[in-house]
Write a protein that binds this ligand. Structure first.
Ligand code: F6P
Length: 623
């Protein structure tokens, strides 16, 4: 989708083609066919395939994973592999028959047609009238993906070329700061999808030895929360002279990001003057008009498009610019290749061999039929520490919906509550509940070759082996459990038997990667993204809008106006302000507690250095 808002970059090597207007896109015949299967009021729960699964629950309830795991053939059959990514789902409460029924459900829900519609650029995000084409952001140059009759892949590669050019120049010291120093530190200002994906990938790569070598001497930080504490932490110890700020916002209107961007802009101006902004601030956005109004030269802006959802945007300039600055563009290419490998697999593999389809169906089974409300994401790999927070947004913002794509209220639960921590840390925290309390399907994720090796003389296993022993043990502990009979045989006192019994039969799946690098991180990202889409496709949702985040934003705008007025008037709220009594009381307590703060004489205050903080401390009136 090209438009006329083209700008040349510094060396004129790339053009921006961004969408500033929303064209009406008509659903194609394929999309119409899918929509017809979702006639208003026709929920997937009314189909024979859904009801067959409901009936089948009774059969599964008679089984125990302890016994199912004794079936050699089942263990063989319930595994999948694509391009080195190995998945074992033998510890799910499913049989081969369950899987057949789930694949039938997928067919009845039009999953294949919906995947095709997505990959062919149809406006499947119908409430926003947008195509859903994050896959195009990792498509090879030779690929053709049309939106409204126009191939978007060249646009994607124009921006990637521009990222390569810019990041190379920053990294090799050709692009320097206002005072001539190289820009070694990058602060990315952005929130939600403009933060979590890039943070996840950065965290995954930073201890990989080869990627770390590429990042030597460079720092990448993120500023997301509008909390001034996050400003203090993000800027702590940084020298504006060597800092490049990347403002990342799809809309360039997100209140938190824009206030943080203004704050950091002021931090630069206070130290280096207004003229420094063009050298020290760049932007990633679909809204180049607002980028320019903000004061960032559109030549220093990196475009993306409204057909890339925020939470699906890490492969666009949103993630690629910060990651190219930190690790070099080659690393980004590897990451994109990994994601595309999984994309192609998703688009072409038959359901029975398709990793995202199978995992999506298993999650649907757990949520809709087995009554599991949550899912734990448990990487046995510290570098995947930010996977769970990222997937929280990808999954919960996508599938936390109460109506189908045509507006019909659903009569089944959708989405799940995602949470997680790196494995052994979780074991010493919330695993108690997972083993003996609630049933929470777990994703165990491990790597065969660690990014780092430690093996002490005299230890029976290396540190990574030790970690992975837990990966294997926990899945079986959940599935198999421990019976009173076994406890008695171990002479467990009778009074402790109920406490030490593990019911088992708790589902999990295990994902093993050969190692964690840019390529496999891309594969993992794409696997989860498409898995979430499959769940939404089956439930008949629009997994690509997020209206549920709007109301809070509107109410915050009203509170902001009230707070400003009351401060300046030196007054408290009363019932005439129109808030409920609870909110009125809390607001008054807050205002009273900070009664000294007035907004009419603002001055710029920065928490510039937490260690050497005397001259940087805010005046007491701002405490
Ligand atoms: O939380 C709502 C949301 O719109 C997310 O979907 C998005 O990732 C985030 O805000 C940030 O939006 P933007 O990139 O436009 O600043």
């Amino acid at each position: 989708m090209r438009n006329n808002n083209n700008n040349n970059n510094n060396n004129n090597s790339a053009k921006y083609r961004t969408t500033t207007t929303t064209k009406r896109m008509k659903p194609s015949p394929a999309a119409r066919a899918v929509l017809q299967t979702e006639q208003k009021g026709a929920l997937i729960s009314s189909t024979a395939e859904w009801n067959a699964l409901k009936e089948h629950v009774k059969d599964i309830e008679k089984t125990h994973l302890r016994d199912l795991l004794k079936d050699y053939n089942r263990c063989e059959n319930l595994t999948l592999e694509h391009d080195g990514v190995y998945v074992d789902y033998a510890r799910q409460r499913v049989t081969e028959e369950t899987m057949e029924k789930l694949y039938s459900l997928a067919r009845a829900s039009g999953v294949k047609e919906k995947i095709n519609a997505m990959f062919s650029g149809e406006a499947i995000n119908s409430t926003e009238n947008r195509a859903v084409l994050h896959v195009a952001t990792r498509a090879p140059r030779s690929k053709v993906i049309n939106v409204d009759g126009s191939n978007v892949v060249p646009d994607v590669h124009d921006v990637l070329d521009k990222i390569k050019d810019f990041s190379d120049r920053v990294r090799n010291g050709e692009w320097v700061g206002h005072t001539g120093l190289p820009l070694t530190d990058v602060v990315c200002v952005g929130i939600g999808g403009s933060f979590l994906g890039p943070l996840f990938v950065h965290t995954a790569l930073k201890t990989n030895q080869s990627h770390a070598a590429d990042a030597q001497g460079r720092n990448l930080r993120f500023l997301a929360n509008v909390d001034p504490v996050d400003v203090a932490r993000a800027l702590n110890g940084l020298n504006p002279e060597t800092t490049l700020v990347v403002v990342v916002s799809k809309t360039f209107t997100t209140a938190e990001t824009m206030l943080n961007a203004r704050t950091v802009r002021q931090w630069i101006i206070a130290s280096l003057g207004k003229e420094a902004v063009s050298k020290h601030m760049v932007a990633v956005s679909t809204n180049l008009k607002l980028v320019s109004e903000f004061g960032i030269d559109p030549k220093n802006a990196f475009a993306f498009w409204d057909w890339v959802g925020g939470r699906y945007s890490v492969c666009s300039a949103v993630g690629m610019l910060p990651l190219a600055l930190q690790y070099g563009f080659n690393t980004c290419e590897q990451f994109l290749k990994g994601a595309w490998s999984m994309d192609e697999h998703f688009a072409t593999a038959e359901f029975e061999k398709n990793l995202p389809v199978t995992l999506g169906l298993i999650s649907t089974w757990n949520v809709s039929f087995m009554g599991c409300d949550a899912r734990a994401i448990l990487p046995y790999c510290q570098a995947l520490a930010k996977l769970a927070p990222h997937i929280q947004q990808v999954a919960m913002e996508s599938n936390g919906k109460g109506v189908t794509i045509d507006g019909t209220p659903v009569d089944y639960p959708t989405g799940e509550i995602d949470f997680g921590e790196p494995g052994t840390n979780g074991q010493h925290s919330f695993y108690q509940l997972i083993h003996q309390g609630r049933v929470i399907p777990c994703d165990f994720i491990g790597v065969i070759k660690s990014q780092q090796s430690v093996y002490l003389k005299g230890e029976i296993v290396s540190n990574h082996d030790e970690l992975m022993c837990n990966f294997f043990a926990q899945a079986d502990a959940l599935a198999v459990g421990k019976t009173p009979v076994e406890l008695r045989a171990e002479n467990c006192p009778d009074t402790l038997i109920p406490h030490k019994t593990f019911t088992g039969n708790r589902p999990s799946l295990s994902i093993m990667l050969p190692e964690l690098n840019a390529y496999t991180t891309g594969q993992l990202l794409s696997l989860y993204e498409h898995r979430v889409a499959v769940q939404g496709f089956v439930w008949g949702l629009n997994s690509f809008d997020q209206w549920g985040v709007e109301l809070g934003k509107v109410l915050a705008t009203r509170v902001r106006a009230t707070m400003h007025d009351k401060r300046n008037e030196g007054k408290m709220l009363d019932s005439s302000d129109g808030y409920n009594h609870s909110t009125e009381r809390m607001l008054n307590r807050y205002l009273q507690g900070k009664a000294q703060l007035k907004y009419d004489t603002p001055s710029d205050v920065f928490p510039c250095d937490l260690i050497n903080s005397e001259e940087c401390r805010p005046p007491s009136s701002y405490a």
